[in-house]
Ligand binder design. Structure first.
Ligand SMILES: [Zn+2]
Length: 154
């Protein structure tokens, strides 16, 4: 099945920081960011596609996190959310419409040790590789920005 994708909010992609870059700050950057250089703390994050919530969890590194499935066979991680997401596992999120959570990781909304300022960190992997996109091998990760662009809503 195919799926239509949206940016979680307009602009603010953090490509200049080396998104999805294996040599990012000595460690691989395991995903794609939004929010570099812009004050976006507590900005609403909309679902990038339609699909059900697979997991809601806290990580000391990634803060408040939510994982969403998609009809085209992927799991998508939203990390550094400002507060624990209100969605429960199994809830349907509508792409471009449902607010997944608010941007966290800034001074007012500390959310995980890997955050150096308010931003949205996302990672994606094929459903077959599991719900924990943040743990799969780098080679198996999907470039979230590229996937959105390749399947953008008209
Ligand atoms: Zn990131």
């Amino acid at each position: 099945m195919s799926a239509v994708y949206f940016d979680p909010f307009p602009g603010n992609r953090g490509d200049e920081l080396g998104n999805f870059n294996k040599a990012y700050r000595k460690h691989a950057h395991r995903g794609s960011d939004w929010g570099a250089k812009k004050a976006i703390e507590n900005k609403p994050i909309k679902a990038i596609t339609t699909g059900r919530v697979k997991k809601v969890f806290w990580s000391d590194v990634l803060g408040h996190c939510l994982v969403q499935g998609s009809a085209d066979g992927f799991n998508w991680l939203y990390a550094h959310l400002a507060v624990k997401p209100l969605h429960e596992v199994g809830s349907m999120l509508v792409g471009g419409t449902t607010v997944v959570g608010m941007v966290g990781g800034g001074s007012k909304t500390k959310s995980g040790s890997a955050s150096t300022g308010a931003h949205l960190h996302m990672a994606g992997c094929a459903t077959a590789d599991g719900v924990d996109c943040h743990l799969v091998a780098f080679e198996k990760l999907v470039d979230v920005h590229a996937h959105i662009d390749a399947n953008k809503a008209a």
